[in-house]
Design a protein around this ligand. Structure first.
Ligand code: HEC
Ligand code: HEC
Length: 748
């Protein structure tokens, strides 16, 4: 695929390279197998009659109850008449129709939003029947569907140990994350003209998920980068006809550029070998070597020594393996029809799971010598990396940052006047708040015990931990200086007050000063965990006030595992501007029946945090405008002196409903008891495991991941709530290490 020689004899710019680029990207597209899901149950039909009986028993009544009003003989919405849809998939040509129907159920698209949700058990039964019937009919439509929202997979399907759907992970090809690309190719080369071709992705829970598209701009940037990286690696000049290195190009590459002596075959080979090792951390195969040597020679003949050699080297950077994470399953097939990832796929997979860089030498050696062949071998390597103190593992903290989403605090502009609900707050400093919460997460990870419970309930906190001591010192110095000046010139200082330098971030935590010991323990009745840290509270706030709806949505999705439908575009999502009312009173507009079907999932889950103002400060009342007092607030000439506030009573109560787990449902009084209750819930713990799965697998879970998911949860519990145990379990799970080959996926 990379044979295309450069044919132009004049300096061929990017356009000449285009052909090569598009050839490569064409092949990438072929490789980019869909990341599929399937939901097959143990249900199996030997005959059409058996299937038909089950259809009559469970499917027909379900359709009658939930679907028939819109999909019948007279009214066939979406051109679908269920009475005519043949339940014998062998005979019918309607396999695609059935596949679509199952997808509409699993993704929660049907019945439409305004209709009551069907009960999970009924939905499951229909899906099971459809998959069993498809299997009987040899249709295998299941692989086409995928979950757009991970939470849409019913929780019970994943965590019922008595009924585990079979594993169905398909081969995958993922683009490198922007971080991995940067660490592999941007930091080291320091080449000019190189820039990040990838962007973080949009609507997924975590940034590095899914199979983002490779469009023309991305491909062109990759090409441009490849050329620039090679140019930097081969920088040289000619002096008296001799090649002089600029910087530190490797001698293997430099040898290509001697104008007096075109490179020998051996020199071309060793340059290609060097480039393969630089880019892919491996030697070229015999076939690759022959192909790239031929390519370089042809390019040199066509475009001259310098350009020709550089283009051939750049082609290595455009190999799919350099741009994509291959998780296809190149290893051996086992007795269960599963293909194991190949050793290199595993080595790169676990390295990219923890770090942004390629595997270290020990891991590459293990891959080359059979040291990753068993699950125990893989677990040992994962443990080694986790326990290696010198190895930076930015991906672990990044998980918590993205999961709790507190880094967003830095993007929330705060009105300098303090906004509606608070007076001015000179100590606010979002960057420091985020650093402090990072530090708290890391300290909990250092203990690695009851990690989720600690994250949700700890009252420990870091407070400006990087600069507290320094700031105290500076303040003392400034104060001493102030006093000194004042003593010298008492008259001038009569009306001056001392203004401490720096940001008094401790105010966000309700403290009087920077603590001397970090972490500090905050009052037990005031704080419990990350969600009561100013960073999280600010991230879920606006310039002027708290954002109850966003807070509730976060909890509904990330702790309770619920699905909240998107705001319809027809809704004007704004609260009335009524400064004399509390935020809760203003939110009454969302209690209209039409709004409430969504907002009941969010509002009540977020009210508890009304205990804090929008800077994250603990409070006992909510300031609102006092119109009567404001009207009377006049100067002697009758001119208004400005708004007067009054303190309205706080109401932090909420009712948690519709979780599907009685033990978490019920009333909530305030943030601390709320967090304890959530931390006690096994359901919440499982939802956390689902999110960890999503992050470390880089995709949404499907029913076929149930076994992996349950094993990961068991490992977490068995090891006393250890994140290391959870990560190790995920990276040695069936879902991580195996693929079901795609052989029969196309035949519907
Ligand atoms: C209130 C009416 C209504 C109900 C009830 C309803 N649907 Fe639909 N359905 C529609 C409409 C309208 C469309 C076409 C527009 C669309 O795709 O959103 C549609 C489209 C579909 C399609 C896509 C058809 C195609 O091939 O493009 C499927 C599949 C489907 N519905 C299945 C179901 C199932 C299964 C149920 C019951 C669980 C159901 N529907 C209940 C209104 C309804
Ligand atoms: C289909 C579900 C749904 C319906 C119906 C709905 N909302 Fe919402 N609403 C949401 C979601 C989801 C959000 C959170 C959006 C986000 O993540 O930014 C939201 C956010 C809001 C917000 C906060 C906007 C912001 O970001 O500041 C307001 C106000 C609001 N809705 C009012 C209403 C009102 C009033 C109605 C009824 C007329 C209504 N919504 C109907 C789902 C819904």
């Amino acid at each position: 695929m990379t044979e295309t020689p450069i044919t132009k004899t004049k300096a061929p710019g990017l356009s000449a390279f285009r052909t090569l680029g598009f050839r490569i990207s064409g092949c990438l597209l072929l490789l980019a197998l869909p990341c599929g899901m399937a939901f097959a149950a143990e249900l199996k039909f030997a005959t059409g009659a058996e299937s038909r009986a089950e259809f009559e028993r469970v499917v027909k009544p379900f359709f009658a109850k939930h679907c028939a009003t819109c999909h019948n003989d007279k009214k066939a919405k979406g051109d679908l008449n269920l009475a005519e849809l043949d339940p014998d998939m062998k005979a019918s040509t309607s396999g695609a129709r059935w596949a679509k129907l199952v997808q509409s159920l699993t993704e929660g698209d049907m019945p439409p939003e305004e209709k009551p949700r069907p009960e999970t058990a009924g939905m499951e039964a229909v899906i099971r029947w459809a998959h069993a019937e498809a299997k009987r009919a040899n249709k295998h439509f299941a692989k086409r569907a995928s979950y757009a929202n991970g939470n849409a997979v019913p929780h019970e399907v994943l965590f019922n140990p008595a009924s585990i759907p079979p594993f169905d992970g398909s081969p995958r090809v993922r683009r490198l994350s922007p971080e991995i690309y940067a660490a592999s190719f941007l930091d080291k080369g320091k080449a000019k003209g190189v820039s990040q071709p990838f962007s973080g992705e949009g609507r997924t829970t975590f940034k590095d998920m899914g199979a983002p598209k490779m469009d023309e701009p991305v491909t062109m940037q990759l090409l441009q980068n490849a050329l620039a990286i090679v140019e930097a690696r081969t920088a040289h000049k000619l002096e008296d006809g001799k090649v002089k290195a600029i910087g530190f190009p490797p001698k293997e590459l430099l040898a290509l550029f001697d104008p007096a002596a075109p490179p020998t075959d051996a020199q071309v080979e060793s340059a290609i070998a060097w480039q393969f090792n630089f880019v892919l951390k491996r030697a070229p195969t015999a076939e690759e070597k022959a192909r790239f040597v031929a390519l370089m020679k042809r390019n040199i003949a066509d475009a001259g020594q310098v350009l020709g050699a550089r283009y051939a080297l750049a082609a290595v950077l455009m190999l799919p393996e350099a741009i994509f994470r291959l998780e296809v399953g190149t290893g051996r097939l086992d007795g269960k029809g599963r293909a194991r990832l190949g050793p290199r796929e595993i080595a790169f997979g676990i390295s990219y799971a923890l770090t942004d860089g390629p595997p270290d030498t020990a891991l590459l050696t293990a891959a080359a010598t059979g040291g990753l062949d068993s699950d125990e071998d893989v677990a040992r390597q994962v443990r080694r990396l986790l326990d290696e103190p010198k190895l930076e593992k930015p991906r672990i903290l990044r998980f918590f940052r993205e999961y709790f989403d507190y880094e967003k605090a830095k993007d929330v502009f705060k009105d300098p006047s303090g906004g509606r609900a608070a007076l001015g707050h000179p100590g606010h400093d979002a960057r420091t708040l985020v650093e402090d919460t990072d530090r708290l997460v890391l300290s909990i990870l250092e203990q690695d015990k009851d990690v989720l419970r600690e994250l949700l309930t700890t009252r420990k906190s870091f407070v400006s931990y990087k600069t507290a001591a320094d700031q105290k010192k500076k303040r003392a110095e400034a104060l001493a200086k102030f006093e000194e000046e004042k003593a010298k010139n008492p008259e001038k200082f009569k009306t001056k007050t001392f203004n401490p330098p720096g940001r008094e971030v401790f105010r966000s935590y309700g403290l009087d000063d920077f603590p001397d010991d970090q972490p500090v323990e905050l009052p037990a009745d005031q704080r419990a965990g990350i969600l009561t840290q100013p960073a999280w509270l600010v991230a879920q706030s606006t310039a002027f006030e708290n954002h109850v709806i966003h807070r509730g949505k976060w909890i509904r999705e990330r702790l309770l595992g619920g699905v909240v439908p998107d705001v319809p575009i027809t809704v004007d999502a704004q609260l009335p501007d009524a400064p004399e009312k509390t935020l809760r009173e203003r939110m009454a507009v969302t209690q209209q029946e039409y709004c409430w079907k969504c907002h009941q999932l969010m509002n009540d889950a977020g009210y508890a945090f009304e205990r804090y103002d929008h800077f994250g400060r603990y409070r006992t009342a909510e300031p609102v405008l006092d119109p009567a007092a404001t009207a009377k607030n006049l100067d002697s000439k009758g001119r208004p002196l400005g708004p007067v506030m009054r303190e309205a009573a706080l109401n932090t109560a909420g009712i948690i409903a519709q979780v599907g787990d009685r033990r978490v449902e019920g009333s909530v009084k305030g943030p601390v008891d709320y967090m304890r209750k959530l931390a006690d819930s096994e359901r919440v713990e499982q939802v956390f495991v689902r999110h960890a799965f999503r992050y470390w697998l880089g995709r949404n879970e499907t029913p076929g991941d149930a076994a992996s998911m349950q094993a990961a949860h068991r490992a977490y519990r068995a090891d006393g709530g250890s994140m290391k145990a959870l990560i190790t379990a995920l990276l040695t799970s069936e879902s991580f290490l195996y693929r079901i080959p795609e052989k029969s996926a196309q035949n519907n």
